[in-house]
Structure formats: C-alpha cells, structure tokens
Write a protein that binds this ligand. Structure first.
Ligand SMILES: Cc1ncc(COP(=O)(O)O)c(C=O)c1O
Ligand SMILES: N[C@@H](CCCC[NH3+])C(=O)O
Length: 421
C-alpha cells in the first residue's frame, strides 16, 4: 500500500494534506511516511525469518535522527560509514552490538571511538587500514572484531557511479587475495577475525549478480575454514533496488530465498545492510512552481527546489517521477516540459520532457517522488541556499524533524581572518 496518495483531490502523506503542510513548513521540504518506513523494514526483515540474521539499516540513505529512531524501535541495527553516522545511530538508540562500521578509509580517531563504543564489527577494506586498526587496538589494550570486505569482481549492472564490486572499483580487497589477507589478520594481536563482508553496488534490479557474488563468498568461507580461520558473520551488504520508473526489482522474499540458497548452509550469522529499499519510497520532496517559462525550444517549469536539495538527477541522471499535488492536474497531464531548479547550472534539471498539466501555474505544488533515500542526506548549500527541511508524518500527525536553516545562520558559519578586519 502506498502511503502517498490523493485524498479529496490533493496528495496526502498518510492522513496529512500536503498543501496544508506546505503552508506550515514552506517549500521545498522533504516529507517521510512512518507507515512506509515501518512497512519496508518489516517486509525486508521478515524475508530472513528463520535465519540467524540482523538487519543493519545503511543510515547513509537517510540518517535523520527521527527516521533512525523509528527504525531502531523496530529492532533495526545500523551500518555506518563515519564516526558522525556512528554517533547518530547510537544516539537514536541502536544497540552497539548491532552497529557495523563500513567504509574505505577510517581515521584513527574513528577507530578509537568505535572500539570504545564496543560496536559489533569494523569492516576493513585494505591492508594498510588493517595494520592501522591493529596498532590502534593494541594501543588501547583491545581486540578489534573485524570482517574483511571482499571485492568479488562481479558487475552489479547498475549505474557506474554506484557499482562497487568490480576490479576497477576502490572497494574491498580483491577476492583473489582474500586468503592471504585473512592469514595476515588472524596473526595480528589486536585483531579478532569474526566475519567477511561484501557489498557489490546499489539499485540492483536483478538477483543474478548477488547470486554470483554470494556463491563466491561461500566458496571463500569454506576455504578459510580449511585454513582454520573461522568466519562467524557474513555481512552481505545492501543494494536491493526500488522502482523509480517502472523497474521490477526482486521482492525481499526472493532475495531472502537466494540468500538461503547461496550461503544458508554455512551456519553463519548473517548481516544485511539495506538502505534505499527502506527509505527510498518512504519519502517525497515537495516543491512549489515559481515560474513557467516558454522558451523557443521548450517549456520550462522552474521550481523552488534545486540540485542542491536533491542531487540524484544531476549526479546519476536518476529518474524521479514528478507529479502535481493537485489530483485534477495529475489527470490532465499533457504538456511536455523540462522541470528545473533556480541554480546556475544546466545540470540543475529534475526531469526532461515530463508530462505535467498544461495549466500548471506558479504557486502550484509538485511532488518529486521516491526521494526518501540519498535525498536530504546529499543536499548542500550550493548557491547559498539553506538546507531543506524534513518532515515526518505518522497517521494524521506531522513533526518537523529538521527545521529550515536560516540563511543568516548559514552565512554566519564563515570566519573572517584578522588580516581582513
Ligand atoms: C557498505 C554498504 N552497505 C550498504 C549500502 C546500502 O546500499 P543500498 O542503499 O543500495 O541498499 C551501501 C551503499 O551502497 C554500502 O556502501
Ligand atoms: N548515492 C547513491 C547511492 C550510493 C550508495 C552508497 N554506497 C544514489 O543516490 O543512488
């Protein structure tokens, strides 16, 4: 069930009217549905029923404290990639033993804080990082529980900027060198080898690359066992895609079945790190039309949101459906327009040749759909535009979970060196 739908002629988020919300919050803003977040988490988690598995939500997708708390209350763990994200997860109430620290380059201070917090596992991505973690752990008189992230050299068949499992990608240790690096890690005083990790990319719409990668992973675990290196935790990463433009990605149940088939026999604890699947379709970005400009070649709909608010179309040529908040407008869609923002870049375009109503007016609201993941978290203040506010709805209630930043506050962050005074 979709929790963003037309009720009495206007788009609602659960029981909350979007135009009413826009009046109160101003535009643009992000709006998330609690019911959708919860449903996605539960559907995903239940795909692993009967397995010894933990769902560690990849908080990079949407790390607002209120979103994290919503998921933490359902029992979600967290996959974090910086000390900032780790603090967010712990502050939102995620238990430390359900926190996994991923990422290609962790600083000493981040390793120390992670060891102090006694989180479940640190995923190591290179030999130098392993050596550094060993040094830090010995210095602290601790043993770091680690997994080594393996790059399986599998093409995830996704956008090149979000594929992570190919030989030319910076992520993980080549699977061909895995045994050698595990031997090295097993001999280190400050390291406790507990797991193996993999994440081959994001927005995958086919199970085949996962199946290939996990089969390779399973072979590695068996080889490591032969060497006397016991792997207790398999971290399978995230990556399952969502529908942005009619894609039909596999459902979580089919993914869960494939996990059972490829690695179920190993008897390991399994960690999963979904991000987009949980948050993507649980959020929309609401924006107001500022101007309609009829150019010689095109009609442009100029929104008050821009690439700084939602970078995905600019960065990945990503498709986000754009719909009028007024239902009659949705029925009358016929004009082909380019939907753009006010930022001074040609790439500040949310969609080209999109169908919107002919009579769309300045002041009308539109919703940019599927914007709950990698939306607000990737926003910036480019063109000295304040960060976009975020709103969470639950039934008929709403809460502003990140207020609109004032522009003066933003400018006030700069410091003038004394020689300019
Ligand atoms: C290590 C790791 N885990 C999990 C994720 C979450 O991916 P997704 O949002 O595609 O589920 C990412 C991002 O791609 C990642 O790098
Ligand atoms: N930011 C990307 C996903 C990156 C996944 C992180 N490893 C997107 O918006 O599609």
């Amino acid at each position: 069930m979709n929790h963003f739908q037309y009720i009495d002629g206007v788009l609602h988020a659960e029981g909350v009217s979007i135009p009413a919300l826009a009046e109160k919050v101003g535009t643009p803003f992000y709006c998330y549905s609690t019911a959708t977040l919860e449903r996605h988490y539960k559907v995903y988690a239940s795909a692993f029923d009967g397995l010894d598995a933990t769902v560690c939500y990849a908080i990079k997708a949407n790390s607002n404290q209120a979103v994290l708390k919503t998921l933490a209350k359902l029992g979600a763990g967290a996959d974090v990639v910086s000390v900032g994200e780790m603090r967010r997860a712990l502050r939102a109430g995620v238990a430390p033993d359900k926190v996994i620290f991923s990422g290609v380059g962790k600083a000493d201070a981040e390793m120390r804080e992670a060891l102090d917090a006694d989180i479940a596992q640190i995923n190591v991505e290179s030999i130098p990082e392993l050596e550094e973690l060993n040094r830090v752990a010995i210095d602290m008189g601790k043993k770091a529980r680690i997994a080594i992230r393996i790059n399986p050299h599998v093409d995830a068949k996704t956008h090149e900027k979000i594929a992570t499992g190919k030989a030319e990608n910076k992520f993980g240790i080549d699977w061909t060198r895995a045994i050698e690096v595990y031997r090295m890690a097993a001999a280190m005083e400050g390291i406790d080898v507990t797991g193996i990790a993999m994440h081959i990319g994001s927005q995958l719409t086919d199970l085949a690359p996962f199946r290939e990668a996990f089969t390779r992973l399973s072979g590695l675990v068996e080889k490591l066992r032969d060497e006397g290196i016991i792997i207790r935790n398999l971290d399978l990463g995230g990556g399952l895609g969502i529908a942005y433009q009619g894609e039909t990605p596999p459902l979580p149940d089919a993914y869960g079945q494939m996990v059972r088939e490829t690695v179920g026999h190993l008897g390991c604890h399994i960690t999963l790190e979904p991000g987009r699947l949980i948050a993507g379709n649980a959020g929309v970005m609401i924006s107001r039309v500022m101007y309609i400009k009829d150019g010689e070649a095109k009609r442009f709909v100029i929104l008050d949101a821009a690439m700084n608010d939602l970078i995905r179309p600019t960065l990945y040529n990503a498709y986000h459906e754009i719909i009028p908040v007024d239902e009659q407008g949705e029925k009358d869609k016929q004009a082909l327009v380019d939907v753009v923002g006010p930022v001074c870049e040609t790439g500040d375009t949310f969609g080209k040749d999109r169908k919107l109503p002919d009579n769309l007016q300045p002041g009308d609201l539109v919703a940019v759909m599927s914007a709950g993941a990698y939306g607000a978290v990737m926003s910036s203040t480019y063109n000295t535009r304040a960060l976009t506010p975020e709103v969470l709805v639950k039934d008929d209630a709403y809460a502003i979970i990140r207020p609109r930043q004032s522009i003066d506050e933003l400018i006030g962050l700069d410091r003038i060196p004394e020689w300019l005074d």
